[in-house]
Design a protein around this ligand. Structure first.
Ligand SMILES: *[C@@H]1O[C@H](CO)[C@@H](O)[C@H](O)[C@H]1NC(C)=O
Ligand SMILES: *[C@@H]1O[C@H](CO)[C@@H](O)[C@H](O)[C@H]1NC(C)=O
Length: 420
């Protein structure tokens, strides 16, 4: 009984602990591989890992093919993965799901052709994810380097996708006085090796959050490891965080969606920053998507794709029913039906090959957690009633004059002795 109570307590505290983790505080990775694929990974690789093939998608296409890869043999238990791709390989850096307190980091590579996972053990990776490091890897650049900004420590870390080496650079802080860190920005690597940080917010424990200005862009130079604020020209769009940004081949950063520090949808949703002049423009286009945030975008063949995120009308992190596509030359939107390459791959079981938002793996996981909690509450209540019952029974017995009868002796040894 004591053991049962012990394990029950352990399990309940585990559940309490894991739900304390803020699953929504996570910007899903946007990853382009070989100018052909983009990748959707959920908070856990085992819950959702899809590879979309955009290579044959044209402006007038109606479908996009994808593969579900979370069920490959030996899919590792990596939570909150940061992902970067290079030459048919994806590198996952995240929290070790086998660690009971979800603290240590772990790394795997995945070969998209061989479908083989490989743990990277001796790569000197950072031992923790920074609590305020919500972004994904930026890059890789032409040298194979991908970057992660560790806000809380004023450190930029880099991972080289060719040598598998990690490096760390101490950088100066640039947040305004009174604020402690910079969050929910986007980071876009430019051809000259600089990274443009756009929007986001400055946060402090006491002063709350303020919008980062949109009339300047923070530029981090990966060659010198120095920051500089760069003023933009043109009319900047409304402030935003948790938006998306990706670069066209002719040097336009397409900024889309997000919310401001008061959680109002960013306005206008679509804005364009020309990096040749650092000039903003806001094309006047019809938006068929509604207001979304934490929805990463990718650009392949100058078509921009949006496929997962949070819709302000139903604030749940989900794969969208459709993949939304923006033709970045005319700013025209359309949508594509995702079709599983192999129908057995379709885990959504909706009778067709479409992803069904609202029935995404995350939701199932939450349902499962709720079911577990309910079962545990029921077991807990039964145990409490049983313990109380036994206690009262014992109390009642101890107050009664003892009946000494050989019949109630059920210890075999004692029974044997009493027979002697
Ligand atoms: C979780 O993150 C969201 C999005 O940033 C935030 O609004 C919310 O307050 C956070 N919840 C907790 C419990 O920290
Ligand atoms: C967001 O929700 C609105 C209202 O329900 C809906 O019209 C729109 O299609 C949704 N957008 C996405 C991307 O799911």
């Amino acid at each position: 009984m004591t053991q049962l109570i012990f394990y029950l307590t352990l399990f309940l505290s585990y559940i309490a602990f894991s739900s304390a983790y803020n699953y929504s505080s996570y910007a899903p990775p946007s990853v382009v591989l070989n100018d052909r694929y983009f990748v959707e990974v959920e908070q856990e690789i085992r819950v959702g890992f899809r590879l979309y093939d955009a290579s044959s998608v044209k402006k007038d296409s109606k479908v996009i093919k994808y593969q579900n890869l979370q069920y490959t043999t030996n899919t590792p238990d990596v939570k909150f993965p940061r992902v970067v791709g290079n030459n048919n390989k994806l590198y996952f850096f995240g929290v070790n799901g086998n660690d009971d307190v979800f603290e240590t980091t772990i790394m795997f590579s995945f070969d998209i052709n061989e479908k083989v996972w490989n743990e990277l053990k001796d790569v000197n990776m950072p031992s923790h994810l920074d609590p305020n490091q919500e972004e994904n890897f930026v890059g890789p650049d032409s040298n194979g380097n991908a970057y992660l900004f560790y806000n809380d420590y004023n450190v930029m870390v880099s991972f080289n996708t060719e040598t598998l080496e990690w490096n760390e650079y101490t950088i100066q802080s640039f947040v305004p006085t009174g604020y402690s860190y910079y969050t929910w920005y986007t980071a876009t690597i430019l051809p000259d090796g600089t990274i443009a940080y756009i929007g986001g917010q400055f946060t402090s424990g006491t002063a709350g959050s303020i919008d980062a200005p949109m009339n300047q862009v923070y530029i981090y130079d990966t060659n010198t490891h120095v920051w500089a604020a760069k003023s933009t020209i043109g009319n900047p769009p409304g402030p935003r965080n948790s938006h998306s940004a990706s670069l066209t081949s002719d040097g336009r950063i397409i900024v889309y969606g997000g919310v401001d520090a008061n959680n109002n949808p960013a306005n206008p949703s679509l804005a364009v920053l020309d990096i040749n002049k650092f000039e903003w423009s806001t094309p006047n286009v019809n938006n068929p998507i509604g207001s979304i945030y934490l929805a990463p975008s990718v650009i392949i063949n100058d078509l921009m794709f949006l496929y997962v995120g949070i819709n302000v009308t139903t604030p749940v992190y989900n794969a969208f029913n459709k993949v939304y596509m923006l033709d970045t030359s005319t700013y025209t939107w359309s949508s594509l039906d995702p079709v599983a390459t192999n129908t057995d791959d379709n885990i959504y079981n909706s009778g067709n090959n479409q992803l069904t938002g609202g029935n995404d793996g995350t939701a199932n996981r939450n349902d499962l957690t709720m079911t577990l909690i309910i079962i545990l509450i029921v077991i807990g209540s039964i145990l409490v009633v049983a313990i109380l019952g036994v206690t009262f029974y014992k109390l009642y017995q101890s107050r009664r004059p003892r009946q000494i009868s050989p019949k109630i002796i059920d210890n075999p040894q004692q029974s044997a002795q009493s027979k002697v």
